[in-house]
Design a binder for this molecule. Structure first.
Ligand code: HEM
Length: 411
């Protein structure tokens, strides 16, 4: 890593281009290490599987959003201007500790159980079919534009029953907010526009309730005061951004991994019962989230060979934990038949991904249907593909592929 501030590595372009190489070095030499993020925030990066899991399950690594402005100030180094997060977007469960976290998560858990999500299967299949119909003649397409992006966002908008008529703007704001290196003014502007838009969405729901679970949440807040207006905005933000920034990478990185490993693609074509296991391997090998969201220490906490001081920010690298040889033998090998269970791609502990069953369903249907309908090849040199410049999300900017219809379309 080239640039340093206060003797610490600064995360930048070199890291984004190949985070795996940096992680491998850290796992070996300094598995709990202080680094500096692009806008000058100092944090401890945890790169081994066991220690990562330990952090995610330990309440001394806390999340309470009210502490963050102060913690960001304390942990700031260098001259870069600090990010200020729009306060109306942060009051969601992923930024809370129990009992607030428990209360908010409980309100939406039911809508995301494996059983409820399974009921969405026909609709997810239908949306996938419609999207692939648009490219039915084959030729060169960007898989992200054609399928990986529109599928999950359509599904979550239908679940929340929101129109998302400002879809392009939403995508732009969401991208600006998750890509940490953007200019501060742009981040603040995106935050304000997003908050104003979501506020209008909540008002719209209040006036036009449906039988979706988001309407139920809006009305609970009126009757039982369970969620205030800001919490509703933050909840919509969390669910819509999760719907925008994660599953897209599962589908695109999964297909990319298959295309880079033709033997694995052949195996999957020959035996479609391997698909669920293949999706787990997509998640392990090139997971959609790189570093989990910030935790902070509520006291001095020993971890590995170091003691992380109280009030430090901590990042667990899920991407790195999933390449840890001590957990996954021959971890850099992409193998759709390996037992990939126990990977960290969905996190661990009380914040374990609420959307995991939905993401798995979408991943299976998208990749399965794509392979049923087309012969697929990479339409760009791998070295020309760029990964997004973010420590949070891990995914390609675009994935050019060429499609050749396989004759009869399976459903
Ligand atoms: C492949 C796709 C996905 C991946 C890899 C993923 C990953 C994650 C991870 C790693 C966390 C924990 C973050 C942390 O502890 O810092 C998380 C939390 C969460 N995810 Fe996902 N996610 C995916 C899709 C979704 C979808 C589709 C939804 C719902 C629309 C969703 C909703 C949530 C929510 C609400 C939380 C917060 C849970 C809590 O704080 O208790 N995720 N996700």
């Amino acid at each position: 890593m080239g640039e340093k501030i206060a003797g610490l590595d600064v995360i930048g372009d070199e890291y984004y281009a190949d985070p795996h190489a940096y992680h491998a070095r850290l796992r070996e030499q300094e598995p709990v290490k202080q680094i500096v993020l692009p806008r000058g925030t100092k944090a401890w990066m945890v790169t081994r599987y066991e220690e990562g899991r330990q952090v995610l399950a330990d309440p001394r690594f806390a999340k309470n959003f009210e502490r963050f402005p102060d913690l960001m100030e304390r942990n700031h180094v260098g001259d870069a201007e600090r990010n200020e997060f729009d306060q109306s977007l942060v009051q969601h469960m992923l930024n809370m500790d129990p009992p607030d976290h428990t209360r908010l998560r409980k309100l939406v858990t039911k809508a995301f159980t494996a059983r409820r999500v399974e009921q969405l299967r026909p609709r997810v299949q239908e949306i996938t079919d419609e999207l692939l119909d648009r490219v039915a003649d084959g030729g060169e397409v960007d898989l992200i534009e054609a399928l990986a992006f529109p599928l999950p966002i359509t599904v979550i908008c239908e679940m929340l029953d929101v129109p998302l008529d400002e879809r392009d703007d939403f995508r732009k704001w969401s991208n600006t907010l998750v890509v940490g290196g953007a200019n501060v003014e742009r981040i603040q502007e995106a935050g304000m526009s997003m908050a104003a838009y979501l506020s209008r969405l909540v008002e719209h729901k209040r006036a036009n309730p449906g039988d979706d679970f988001f309407s139920a949440l809006v009305h609970t807040s009126e009757d039982g005061d369970a969620l205030n207006h800001t919490e509703l905005i933050s909840m919509a933000f969390l669910l819509l951004v999760a719907g925008h920034e994660t599953t897209v990478n599962l589908i695109a990185s999964g297909v990319y991994s298959l295309l880079r490993h033709p033997d694995q693609l052949e195996k999957l074509r020959a035996d479609r019962s391997l698909l669920p296991g293949a999706v787990e391997e997509f998640l392990r090998y090139e997971g959609p989230i790189n570093q989990a969201t910030f935790r902070f220490t509520t006291e001095d906490v020993p971890l590995g060979d170091v003691v992380i001081p109280k009030d430090s920010l901590v990042l667990v690298s899920l991407l790195s934990g999933n390449r840890d040889e001590d957990k996954f033998p021959d971890a850099d090998r992409f193998d759709i038949t390996r037992p990939a269970g126990g990977h960290l791609a969905f996190g661990h502990g009380i914040h374990y991904c609420l959307g995991a069953p939905l993401a798995r369903l979408e991943g299976e249907i998208a990749v399965g249907t794509l392979l049923d309908r087309f012969d697929v090849e990479l339409a760009a040199e791998p070295e020309t593909l760029r990964w997004r410049e973010s420590t949070l999300v891990h995914g390609l900017h675009s994935l050019p592929i060429s499609l050749k219809p396989r004759g009869t379309a399976a459903s």
